[in-house]
Design a protein around this ligand. Structure first.
Ligand SMILES: [Zn+2]
Length: 332
């Protein structure tokens, strides 16, 4: 079925800390929205039942009969099974091991079609349909938050790979036998570029009396947020850390550029917060220097554009990708 502007969708984004639900039109108009703490109970069935109850309440609030909703989309921390129907083992959702979320939600929502995407793929779709990558057909989106998730869209289609693991570039080795990663491997890109790994590093190496520690109320509480703030103020330690981040990020992006030759790479949370001068401009320069002119010269590297609203659009896009698989954004 094709998505027209009148198509009504129900989007659900289950994050590690927050759940975001919305009722929206296919053109991205949000009719009603709800955000609450995830509060996993340890029992996946109870958690899914609560999501379904929220969804029903939200549809009522939007004045939309549940039966007129075309599709439900769920964006979840990966990995999903190779059919995209079950959630295997999301690190932030205790009790969610190999859970048939698609079937459980469909049963709880009167048999509505339910489509699932991992959060990075859903984020890529969201930036493609509604954010920084509109009008492009070949793009990579990197979440750049606590971890480094990736979503790939090639020739106008999400690329999921043979095991639904395409885009897990955050766990490709950047440094052989390097820093330990949360996934159990060593030297992953995420161990150098992820917010959690960076916070762990700052707790060990930030000067205890420096600006970063001061802003955070102690270096053990420091995150990339305080680091960016200190760098903006010209703090030498923070600027050095950002330069290190930029080199690793550019290395990752250069590999993506040579492998996939995308038109645009969209970078999420940490990069969007750090902005042009600290990260985007130096990273573009590094990537240009370390790739062939025909590849790096035309590659757009931009910050994600959806900000706080991204989870709503991720859920909507998970639904949309089920309704209009393979269609161009905006076509009907
Ligand atoms: Zn890893």
């Amino acid at each position: 079925m094709a998505a027209s502007q009148e198509t009504t969708l129900l989007g659900i984004d289950v994050g590690g800390t927050k759940v975001a639900l919305c009722v929206a039109r296919a053109d991205g108009t949000i009719l009603a929205r709800l955000r609450r703490p995830t509060e996993p109970s340890g029992d996946a069935a109870a958690d899914v039942a609560r999501l379904a109850a929220d969804a029903r309440g939200l549809a009522a609030q939007a004045g939309v009969a549940l039966g007129s909703v075309s599709a439900v989309g769920v964006s979840l921390p990966g990995p999903l099974d190779p059919e995209g129907m079950r959630v295997m083992d999301p690190p932030n959702l205790p009790g969610w091991h190999d859970v048939a979320v698609q079937q459980m939600l469909a049963d709880a929502l009167d048999g509505l079609p339910v489509h699932m995407e991992n959060d990075a793929n859903a984020g890529a779709l969201a930036e493609w349909h509604f954010g920084a990558a509109r009008d492009f057909r070949h793009l990579v989106y990197l979440t750049m938050s606590t971890g480094v998730g990736g979503g790939i869209i090639l020739d106008g289609r999400p690329w999921r790979g043979s095991t639904w693991s395409a885009g897990e570039i955050g766990h490709a080795p950047l440094v052989w036998d390097g820093e330990p990663c949360a996934c159990g491997l060593r030297g992953c890109a995420e161990a150098y570029l992820g917010g959690a790994a960076w916070a762990q590093r700052l707790a060990k190496i930030a000067p205890p009396d420096g600006r970063v520690a001061e802003l955070a109320g102690g270096r053990e509480h420091a995150t990339p947020k305080e680091l960016v703030q200190a760098a903006r103020e010209g703090d030498a330690f923070a600027l050095e850390e950002i330069a290190r981040f930029n080199r690793y990020l550019a290395q990752l992006l250069a590999q993506l550029a040579f492998t996939l030759d995308p038109e645009i790479i969209v970078l999420g949370t940490i990069v969007a917060a750090a902005g042009e001068r600290l990260v985007l401009e130096p990273v573009r320069e590094l990537v240009r220097t370390h790739t062939w002119a025909r590849i790096g010269g035309s590659l757009e590297i931009r910050a994600a554009a959806l900000g706080e609203d991204q989870p709503y659009y991720a859920g909507v896009c998970a639904a949309l990708s089920g309704v209009s698989a393979g269609e161009d954004p905006g076509s009907s």
